[in-house]
Ligand binder design. Structure first.
Ligand code: NAP
Length: 247
């Protein structure tokens, strides 16, 4: 068992999760992350990138929608390291469509990953963090969870739910020295947004006073702050990272 700071990032194989892993890694930190797709190439590449930057990481396939998979994942981490310092609930997907045509299975899959997945992970870490009387939980919400967005009823509901979960967990865990916050990114340059039609991208950009798409590193920097000792008096908050898209 080593005494390194333990950071767990769900959906850490690409995009924002990968940037968070790279930003939080270092010689005194062990990064654990998961992903879900049967193709492990992004996961392997992320482990190598973190190692090349001087950190250490373990990445593997764990579907956050499955409570038993999540429990086994955290059991392994806690047995290996004996502690749990930072949880970043970042795993998320979109399956877009207009509300009137949305299939129940698409509603369920998005809610099960984006919202229930975070619930599973918070439950899995809470007891250890409570015993430590310290911990940081950071949930990746979205600007649309506050604004709403046509064509994303399932995704928006999951992110609005995540904000409610953040505030409740913050209230329940504050007395044990655990902070729980949400970050609400705007329009960020990752695989999730790469597939949007050009017209939709242009419409998004037109809503951003800073006139540029955000980078995963813009979000990772805020995660690093919330995960640090310097943020010890901040809990239950939603921090917007969106170039002014929503004020
Ligand atoms: P991304 O590059 O597609 O990353 C999503 C990550 O989640 C991947 O590592 C993916 O791995 C993982 N994942 C998906 N389903 C999973 C599951 N069932 N269990 C475990 N991991 C799973 O997208 P991103 O933009 O970085 O998104 C990261 C988070 O930021 C999401 O919660 C997203 O909603 C949020 N966000 C993004 C934006 C944006 O503009 N990009 C804006 C606001 C909020 P596999 O592909 O291997 O499954």
């Amino acid at each position: 068992m080593d005494a390194k700071r333990v950071v767990v990032i769900t959906g850490g194989s690409s995009g924002i999760g990968r940037a968070v892993g790279l930003r939080l890694s270092g010689p005194d930190t062990k990064i654990y992350f998961n992903h879900c797709d049967p193709d492990d190439s992004n996961c392997e590449e992320t482990v190598e990138l973190i190692k090349a930057a001087g950190g250490s990481a373990w990445g593997g396939r764990v579907d956050v929608a499955s409570q038993s998979n999540v429990q086994n994942f955290f059991k392994k981490i806690i047995e290996e390291s004996g502690r749990m310092d930072v949880l970043v609930n970042n795993a998320g997907i979109t399956i877009d469509g207009l509300l009137v045509r949305m299939k129940e299975k698409d509603w369920d899959r998005v809610l099960n990953i984006n919202l229930k997945g975070a619930f599973h992970c918070i439950q899995a870490v809470a007891k250890v963090m409570m015993k430590q009387r310290a911990g940081r939980i950071i949930n990746m919400a979205s600007v649309v969870g506050v604004m709403g967005n046509a064509g994303q009823a399932n995704y928006v509901a999951s992110k609005a739910g995540l904000i409610g979960l953040t505030k409740t967990a913050a209230r329940e865990l504050a007395s044990r020295g655990i902070t729980v916050n949400a970050i609400a990114p705007g329009f960020i340059d990752t695989a999730m947004t790469a597939g949007l039609p050009e017209k939709a991208k242009e419409a998004m950009l037109a809503q951003i006073p800073m006139g540029r798409i955000g980078q995963p590193e813009d979000v990772a920097e805020v995660v690093a702050f919330l995960a640090s000792e310097k943020a010890s008096y901040i809990t239950g908050q939603v921090i917007h990272v969106n170039g002014g898209m929503y004020m």
